[in-house]
Ligand binder design. Structure first.
Ligand code: ADE
Length: 228
């Protein structure tokens, strides 16, 4: 898989995508993450990417030309399955979208900035708009890092067996069961006996019941969409 992230702040993206499972997936050649500096597609000396908005409202708008040039350049090199724009008014990211995106070959993520982008970009160049939640960030870079992280860890081979995505929260629209490590008794706060029993079948049953119980209590809306 290849992910191209178009941004005006490349530095913001390098660190979040250079560690742990994401780094390993890159090192193993499972994914190539390419950061594209939008300013490389400008033509003036000041490398301008934004301008005042028509209509006189406050706030700068990202111009269509550098974005079109950046996307056209990438699309001349390979075919892209999705061209995503990070925006608070996009579809809210969930595990299902992350799963779907992890099966794609090539995607572009365009990070929004300033007041937003010229609407013609959204009408003519973007195939999908994703929000990471109902709040407004300063720019789309952190959203792009979140999307990339959630997708890359799902690429087959990115995680080892014991990190398996199959036991992730949300994978069946259920929250994960509680987990514990040593010591079994800390200040009298005990690990549930069942987890120390060594009986795998009973442990699996307990974990499943806990998942359902926690989902009912904390995120009942998820159960509506589950197969249970
Ligand atoms: N840009 C600003 N806020 C955002 C959000 N919540 N999700 C995605 N991109 C954004």
């Amino acid at each position: 898989m290849r992910i191209d992230i178009i941004t005006v702040l490349p530095e913001l993206l390098s660190s979040p995508l250079s560690h742990s499972i994401i780094k390993r997936a890159v090192d193993k050649g499972l994914v190539e993450i390419n950061i594209v500096n939008l300013r490389d597609f400008t033509k003036d000396k000041r490398r301008t990417v934004d301008d005042y908005q028509y209509g006189g409202d406050a706030g700068m708008v990202m111009m269509i030309e550098p974005i079109d040039k950046a996307i056209s350049f990438l699309c001349s090199q390979r075919k892209y399955d999705e061209i995503i724009y990070t925006s608070p008014d996009g579809e809210v990211l969930n595990q299902k979208t992350a799963n779907t995106l992890s099966t794609k070959e090539n995607i572009i993520i365009l990070c929004g900035h300033y007041k937003g982008i010229d609407h013609r970009v959204r009408e003519h160049l973007i195939t999908k708009e994703i929000s990471i939640g109902d709040y407004v960030l300063t720019g789309g870079e952190l959203a792009a890092a979140v999307i990339t992280d959630s997708v890359v860890r799902l690429i087959p081979g990115a995680m080892s067996d014991d990190e398996s995505a199959l036991s992730d929260c949300f994978q069946d629209n259920l929250l994960a069961p509680p987990i514990y490590t040593r010591p079994a008794d800390y200040k009298g706060w005990k690990v549930p006996d069942i987890l120390l029993s060594g009986n795998e079948a009973l442990i699996n049953k307990w974990q499943f019941e806990q998942s359902i119980e926690r989902t009912k209590q904390l995120r009942p809306n998820l159960l509506k969409d589950s197969d249970l």
